[in-house]
Write a protein that binds this ligand. Sequence first.
Ligand code: FRU
Length: 443
Amino acid sequence: MPDDILYTETHRPQFHFTPKYNWTNDPNGLVYYKGEYHLFFQHNPTGITWGNMTWGHAISTDLVHWTQLKHALHPDELGTIFSGSAVVDWHNSAGFQIGDEKALVVFYTSAGKEPVPFTQSIAYSNDRGRTWTKHENNPVIGHIRAQNRDPKVFWHAASEQWIMALYLEANDYTIYGSKDLKAWEQLCDLTLPGVTECPDLFELSVDGDRANTRWVYWGANGGYLLGQFDGRNFTAETDVLNAEHGRHGYAAQTWSDTPDGRLLQISWMRGGKYPAMPFNQQMSFPVELSLRTTPAGIRLCREPIAEIGLLHHETYQWDNYTLAPGTDIVPATKSQLFDIRLEIEPNDATSFGVKIRGIDLRYEGGKISFQGTEAPLAPIDGRLVLQLLVDRTSLEIFGHRGELSMSICYLPEAADNPLVFYAEDGAAHIVSLAVHPLRSAWE
Ligand code: FRU
């Protein structure tokens, strides 16, 4: 495929990251350093399906526009390169720094092949992530159990050590600690019923109150525990909760070292179909995480980052509008890309929704549904607050500023208009509807 038509293909997402060619799955090695957000990704450099796991690499200054760089980590005698994370080693604790540039250090699973077991390895960069050197004494953590994998590392200031969350097998996870990123000591084990793979561990304020925090231990399907972490033990205070209600959100990871204290996360949109495309699979749009007190208790909320606004260029707006049978809203646009913000009171309508490129996104009986995937969303004071990100082959639904989030891949159908808002059986009251067609991030 000639490079000049790349990113313009029929089913190529226009504001979600995809590799130029071939397969991707989990986001890896998310770190910010000197104005650049790094996104590494599980990648098959030679095939359109999973295999030959390698770390692909892209960078962005705004988390919206991405530039793919050359692949960062290739398979070696310890195995292919499975998922992992990255940090900036600000105080050169590992001794990898040689010049003025801080060392970036990545942690990954060396996915050995029988008889070589799965182990954890590290690599570093002295040139802002452009080239990578594998540590000469890899692996840094030997085989523990089964296909143990997916190290996620961060600096824990309170106990003055690096912490690694690691997946073991079944629903079992573990936490390790280190002073120098090379020698690791096991701290505690934990189990997340129903959850496997790709851990993350982070602390967040509740309702923005810095004196009231919870730790979140997260796994690949969006299942998470809330609790406390004291530098040794994670003490759960909840059962497993769920932050991903779509069918395609998986293996999310947060960025390390973000400049402004925001906790930002991106996931693999697992599944979806991309007929005749040179790539396979896409990443989610990045979200900002927060903990908020809801009627059900403290919950992790996921809201699309404000940078989506960089792609806005015009707005169709309806305020105080009665949406009823016969008063459909059909924005006069042929765009395929939207950021939609809707505040609506369902009132007498038994259902309402929006046909997105011919496919029905519907709210009925207290549930929001799209192609058979549904999730409950209760109005607050009679009102629903929704944000929808619509790309060529993905839809992300956010309810009540991220209390509900659903990641979905779809293929569009033939339709005269890309969006048709409707209500059935009675009138719903639209408090406000803003439809923002989006520019492509690849332009
Ligand atoms: C999750 C996962 C990880 C593993 C990687 C391999 O999707 O299975 O556990 O490291 O993908 O590509």
